[in-house]
Design a protein around this ligand. Structure first.
Ligand code: BGC
Ligand code: CA
Length: 179
C-alpha cells in the first residue's frame, strides 16, 4: 500500500509559467534550492535540484568534462545532454547556467554532428528543429569540430552556440523527460 508520505515524494505541486528573463531566473532559482512555488496543481516532480520545464527536468554540472564523458555522465542519471526546441527552453537553459555561474561561461549541450558534416543530432533523439548559432557558426574549424557549446563568447560577444572540438572540457547541462 502506498502511504501519503510516499506519494508526496512522487508528486509536487507547482507551476512553470514563466516568460521573461526575471521570471525564468526566479523559477530556476526556486527549484534548484528545492523550493518550488505551489500553485495548487499536482504533477510529477523532478529530482531535487533539477528544474522542471515543459515536462522535462534540467540540471547543470559545473565540473568540466569532454562532450562524450558529459553525455555518459547524464546517461548514468537517466538523462542526456540537454536538447532545446524553442526560445523559452533556450532562455531557461541560459537562466539555469546563470544561476550556477553568473559569468555565463560556455557549457556543452546535447547537439553534435560527428557522423556527418553539419548533420546535427540531439543526443536525446529529439527533432533538430531549433538553432541559436553565433554569427559565422557552425564553422567546422579545427579540421571538423562537431560538438556544441551554448554561451560561446570568445570570438563574438553573442553567447549563443558554437561548434567546438569534442575533446575540450566544459561544464554541461543534462535533461530528462518526466513520466
Ligand atoms: C572560433 C570558433 C571555434 C573556436 C575554437 C574561435 O575563435 O570562432 O568557431 O570553434 O575558436 O576554439
Ligand atoms: Ca566553431
Amino acid at each position: 500500500m502506498v502511504r501519503v508520505a510516499e506519494l508526496s515524494l512522487l508528486f509536487a505541486c507547482f507551476g512553470a509559467l514563466a516568460s521573461s528573463d526575471t521570471d525564468l531566473d526566479t523559477l530556476v532559482q526556486e527549484q534548484i534550492k528545492g523550493q518550488p512555488k505551489k500553485d495548487g496543481s499536482c504533477t510529477a516532480a523532478c529530482p531535487y535540484g533539477w528544474v522542471k520545464f515543459d515536462n522535462r527536468c534540467f540540471t547543470y554540472f559545473a565540473s568540466p568534462l569532454d562532450w562524450y564523458s558529459a553525455e555518459i555522465y547524464c546517461v548514468n542519471l537517466g538523462a542526456n545532454l540537454a536538447s532545446m526546441h524553442n526560445e523559452n527552453e533556450y532562455q531557461m537553459v541560459k537562466s539555469l547556467i546563470r544561476a550556477h555561474d553568473p559569468d555565463e561561461n560556455p557549457a556543452w549541450i546535447g547537439l553534435s554532428a560527428c557522423q556527418k558534416k553539419f548533420g546535427w543530432v540531439w543526443s536525446d533523439g529529439t527533432r533538430f528543429d531549433f538553432t541559436r548559432w553565433n554569427s559565422n557558426e557552425p564553422n567546422y574549424s579545427h579540421n571538423g569540430e562537431c560538438c556544441v557549446n551554448i554561451n560561446w563568447a570568445y570570438s563574438v560577444p553573442e553567447k549563443r552556440w558554437n561548434d567546438n572540438p569534442c575533446e575540450e572540457t566544459f561544464p554541461f547541462v543534462c535533461v530528462k523527460r518526466l513520466n
